[in-house]
Write a protein that binds this ligand. Structure first.
Ligand SMILES: *Cc1c(COP(=O)(O)O)cnc(C)c1O
Length: 393
């Protein structure tokens, strides 16, 4: 049975993912189960998506109810939750106007277009983007164009013109690339795919002032690090450095495909106008129900406070690993978005973590990345560490 399912996938899907040979069936809380009934402790959350874990009854009921009423209508009309989801998301992310997309990449596309449109209206002639080395912004053309890994870009060149790459956390390297054509600077406050690299306070503040002085827009990509993961609702709030445009996705829908880009009133004034942008599915009733329900649950269950309280325990246990195991050389990251640098080949370690019944993700720089559902408790962290230790032996 399992082999048949895997074979059907192998024979019919375009092979762009290196999947593990397991077939997942259902989830509950912090765990997912395969079709054979094997349990996996989930420290991946489907790439930081299922923040609320699996089987959240309130979330499921809200979606079921919406499916029973209306799951799609075009953006030619309002629907019951579009305004509410937008208002709630703006409130928690600190922005003024939001556009709903279906993914993170699409949020990036929209953000880049919004920045270009801002410059166009103002007639500044600015069109260039400065992005960061080791960044990851998605797989569509615009998103790949600002992604700081040659391997993601090279096979698809020529890409969107006018993109330059600065060194992350090096303000001078940003300034050296900037000029009177620079339209926006895009960065992840905490890089995920690029190896769990946290921006310094100085870098965030430096970018903000530099943008203000030169009428350049600051775009923060919080597709991965947003929505509670760093111990703030959004990572920029922890830095108290507010971007002009913010991109979101992953955890805002807890698994329902939804992303968003949001902007301040200052940007809105000059940016996208009717007819400039759109998305057939974007912000449909199911997606908006997901977003508003997720925010409601986050606030009632104080998920962000929980992340702040539990994260130091993850940090402590990972620091112990660095001290105890020769093959673990460093811990990185913040909140429930952390990683360890290991000297063993990750392919080998990954095979063993699967055997042990543990889901983790790798990142650039031989990093094992931990992105558990935000409902994780100490006992799960202990269980993860035990399994990981065996896998690293
Ligand atoms: C995952 C990710 C994206 C792309 O999101 P998709 O939904 O996969 O298109 C963009 N930016 C960051 C920081 C991400 O982690």
């Amino acid at each position: 049975m399992v082999n048949e399912k895997i074979q059907a996938a192998e024979e019919n899907l375009i092979h762009v993912y290196n999947r593990f040979p397991i077939v997942l069936d259902h989830g509950e809380g912090m765990y997912v189960y395969d079709t054979e009934g094997k349990e996996y402790l989930d420290f991946a959350a489907g790439f930081a998506v299922t923040g609320l874990g699996y089987g959240n009854k309130e979330f499921e009921e809200a979606l079921k109810e919406q499916i029973g009423k209306l799951y799609h209508t075009s953006n030619l009309y309002y629907h019951e939750s579009c305004g509410e989801a937008a208002r709630e998301l703006n409130r928690v992310c600190g922005m003024d106007r939001v556009f709903f997309t279906n993914s993170g990449s699409e949020a990036i596309e929209g953000a880049l277009k919004a920045a270009r449109r801002y410059a166009y209206t103002k007639g500044t002639g600015r069109y260039e983007f400065i992005a960061m080395e080791n960044s990851f912004h998605g797989r569509s053309f615009g998103a790949v164009s600002v992604t700081g890994h040659d391997s993601y870009r090279e096979p698809f060149e020529p890409l969107v013109p006018g993109v330059k790459f600065a060194k992350f956390n090096d303000l001078d390297s940003v300034k050296a690339l900037a000029g009177d054509k620079t339209c926006a600077i895009i960065l992840e406050p905490l890089q995920g795919e690029g190896g769990i690299n946290l921006a310094t306070q100085e870098f965030m503040e430096g970018i903000r002032s530099f943008c203000d002085e030169n009428d350049i827009l600051m775009i923060c990509d919080e597709v991965q690090c947003g929505m509670g993961r760093t111990g703030n609702m959004f990572a920029w709030q922890g830095f108290r450095v507010k971007p002009d445009i913010l991109t979101m996705a992953k955890a805002i829908g807890n698994g329902i495909p939804v992303g968003a880009f949001a902007m301040t009133e200052k940007v809105t004034q000059y940016s996208l106008k009717p007819g400039d942008h759109g998305a057939t599915y974007g912000g449909n009733p199911l997606a908006c129900t997901a977003v508003k329900t997720v925010i409601g649950i986050f606030e009632r269950e104080r998920i962000v406070d929980h992340v702040s309280k539990i994260a130091p325990y993850l940090t402590k246990r990972l620091d112990e690993l660095v001290r105890e195991l020769d093959c673990v050389t460093e811990r990185k990251g913040k909140g429930l978005m952390q990683g360890i640098v290991v000297t063993k080949p990750l392919a080998e370690v990954n095979k063993k973590t699967i055997e042990e019944g543990l889901l983790v993700i790798q990142a650039q720089g031989n990093v094992i990345r931990f992105l558990p559902p935000l409902i994780v408790e100490e006992k799960h962290i202990d269980e993860m560490i035990e399994k990981l230790k065996r896998a690293l032996q």
